[in-house]
Design a protein around this ligand. Structure first.
Ligand SMILES: Cc1cc2nc3c(=O)[nH]c(=O)nc-3n(C[C@H](O)[C@H](O)[C@H](O)COP(=O)(O)O)c2cc1C
Length: 252
């Protein structure tokens, strides 16, 4: 492979782009409104209350963080036991929970994010979570609720197919799918947004690994998937919002 072949993608990993951006012309500098911190959800969708994710995480965590780091591993085989709604809420809070509101357009969460722009939404393919019918859901972190999107007994299988036949995904209790809404980050960072979105996704994944470890669950990061099939599965447009990362979770 020639050096040229990798050039554009290597450039993405560098921060050279920052020197080329006129920050006086970003959407934020032009006074344009920030995109919403949470994708709007129609008021008439009946939402499911979650127990406090923060309290539950602290209550259920069985090990010091050092131990969780020491024993963290990718888990692709899951027990048939379901997750409880409390366990799910703890994992959701660990990955995208809101710690505090800073202003109408900015919040701090359980994970760091460049400029606190938090460009992700969380979708769940639920197979075995107590009290939740099998189907597709979206996490509403500012309300600590779930929005049911579709009840579908075959959703686990469809998710595995959309992930290039990685069949262990179909056996998870729940699979977390994260989408990126790049406009949230671009509003402040313009072309410097995209590298930090990718970095931010790593924080979310690692928090899921460590939180799973601490509650006797396991997960496996997945970044190999069919882009348009996953976007279609989640019902997102693939341009303004698209799948960026996912992780099946189960007891183990
Ligand atoms: C960004 C990223 C993408 C990954 N994608 C996949 C994947 O598509 N399928 C899979 O089975 N494992 C995937 N993994 C898991 C890695 O294979 C795993 O982390 C690696 O083998 C090391 O094992 P460990 O996590 O147990 O330390 C991914 C991990 C990361 C961090």
């Amino acid at each position: 492979m020639s050096k040229k072949h990798f050039e554009a993608n290597r450039f993405f990993l560098k921060d050279t782009i920052r020197q080329q951006i006129d920050f006086s012309r970003t959407a934020q500098s032009q006074g344009l409104p920030a995109p919403p911190m949470q994708k709007p959800c129609p008021a008439d969708v009946p939402k499911i209350d979650l127990p406090s994710g923060k309290d539950t995480l602290m209550k259920l965590s069985k090990m010091p963080v050092g131990e969780a780091i020491a024993f963290r591993e990718s888990v692709r085989q899951y027990k048939p036991d379901p997750l409880t709604l409390e366990e799910l809420s703890a994992l959701l809070w660990a990955t995208q929970g809101v710690r505090c509101l800073v202003s109408p357009e900015s919040a701090l969460r359980s994970v760091p994010s460049a400029g606190a722009r938090h460009a992700f939404e969380t979708y769940l393919v639920v197979n075995r979570v107590e009290t939740l019918p099998v189907g597709l859901y979206r996490y509403l972190p500012f309300e600590e609720k779930l929005a049911p999107l579709a009840l579908d007994d075959d959703i686990g299988h469809k998710a595995a197919v959309a992930c290039l036949g990685q069949n262990f995904i179909a056996t998870s209790a729940v699979t977390f799918f994260w989408t990126a809404i790049p406009a949230r980050m671009e509003w402040r960072y313009d072309l410097a947004a995209h590298k930090v979105i990718a970095i931010d996704a790593g924080h979310v994944g690692q928090n899921l690994y460590l939180a799973c470890q601490s509650i006797d669950a396991g997960c496996c990061a997945v970044a190999a998937y069919d882009q348009s099939a996953c976007d279609q599965l989640l019902g997102v447009d693939g341009e303004e919002e698209f799948t960026i990362y996912l992780a099946p979770v189960g007891k183990y």
